[in-house]
Design a binder for this molecule. Structure first.
Ligand code: UGA
Length: 348
């Protein structure tokens, strides 16, 4: 078995760029002759057929991965399911031998269904998040609280409580890219969908709404110095690809704010992404020095260890913005902070 696990980044038109796949299969030569070629990479429906054309090889299978960044090893060893997409049952039996020590259901399906399932899984999770985020953006006008709504909706076993947490948007190298690639696949077959593109539109709007909310509370951002904790798209990674934090910072800069930022791991990649447009600080306390307010944009556990009295004393205002709805809001209120989250009810 030969596994292909190369990247399939986004092309300018949103489709998956398959050039790395093409390059590796074209270079297989005779080592592929008797092998089963297995794609682990996330590839659009029909890629296995293209691999056959590019390589001249006949035995191909799809075996998509569902690993999360930062949890890859445990997700690999404890998957919800193993998906095997094959044209020939014998190939399924061969692939199953690889996974015999992993205790998980194995779903054997058509290659096209396997290829599509990976995109549908990521897009379904992204759809849930965008739906909850859109509801969160309405909560203030409804005088409702998204956390309370989330607890009710998530306790319905048919819905479940995972991937419901609203925020100022989701990010990473997978959800946005895969949703766009699914949309591009649909277009490539001459069809239209109504549900897929709003997933991304809603997600990108969340960052704007968040910055609108900062402006509403602290006034004109032009010339204001703002502290930012968190640049990575999620905690536990140094990855800033499609990070909501970067999206938010770009809006802040556009509106004239001066940003002082710190992230425990993602500083280097963030520097490559936003260069010298903001000040990168050595630690949490230097970021808040002389800042008007603090925006927490990634749910790093280390931020929860902050000495909040010192943070309050350092900031010019008592406002703090929580883009992930994960700070200890009650505790912060007691200390004297006015905490603004995403779709959370606040006493005025
Ligand atoms: C995602 C999928 O979860 C994996 O199953 C998949 O294999 C992977 O993409 C991939 O295609 O390679 P990952 O991008 O590492 O994994 O990140 P997640 O942990 O899924 O989080 C994605 C985004 O959703 C993050 O920005 C996170 O903060 C956000 N999120 C997650 C929320 O806003 N709310 C939630 O309740 C959960």
């Amino acid at each position: 078995m030969i596994f292909i696990a190369v990247g399939t980044p986004q092309s300018p038109d949103g489709s998956a760029d398959l050039s790395a796949i093409k390059s590796v299969v074209s270079s297989l030569g005779t080592i592929g002759t008797n092998a089963l070629i297995v794609t682990k990479s996330t590839v659009p429906v029909g890629t296995l057929q293209k691999i056959k054309q590019w390589s001249g090889l006949k035995r191909v299978a799809s075996n998509p991965e569902f690993l999360r960044e930062g949890n890859a090893v445990s997700d690999f060893l404890n998957p919800d399911r193993i998906v095997i997409g094959v044209e020939d049952q014998k190939d399924a039996e061969l692939l199953k031998t690889l996974y015999k020590k992993i205790n998980a259901p194995i779903i054997v399906i058509k290659p096209e269904s396997a290829e599509l399932s990976k995109y549908v899984s990521n897009s379904m999770l992204a759809l849930r998040l965008s739906f909850m985020n859109e509801i969160a953006s309405l909560c203030e006008d409804f005088n409702a609280d998204i956390k309370e709504v989330e607890s009710v909706v998530g306790s319905d076993k048919r819905i479940g409580n995972k991937f419901l947490q609203s925020s100022a948007g989701f990010g990473g190298s997978c959800f946005p890219k895969d949703v766009r690639a699914l949309e591009a696949s649909v277009k490539s077959i001459g069809r239209e969908t109504k549900l897929i593109s709003p997933i991304i539109e809603v997600n990108e709007l969340q960052a704007k709404y968040f910055v609108d909310s900062v402006e509403k509370h602290i006034g004109n951002l032009n010339g204001a110095t703002l502290a930012v904790w968190g640049l990575a798209f999620k905690q536990g990674t140094d990855d800033v690809r499609e990070s909501p934090a970067i999206r938010i910072i770009k809006y802040l800069i556009q509106r004239g704010a001066k940003v002082k930022a710190f992230d425990p791991q993602a500083m280097e990649f963030a520097k490559q992404e936003i260069g010298d447009e903001i000040e990168f600080c050595e630690d949490m306390s230097s970021a808040i020095a002389e800042a008007k307010t603090l925006l927490v944009l990634t749910a790093w556990p280390e931020f929860l260890q902050a000495s909040w009295e010192d943070v309050l004393a350092s900031l010019e205002t008592n406002l703090i913005f929580d883009a992930k709805n994960y700070l200890p809001h009650d505790e912060l209120h007691q200390i004297g902070f006015d905490v603004v989250g995403v779709g959370l009810w606040r006493m005025h």
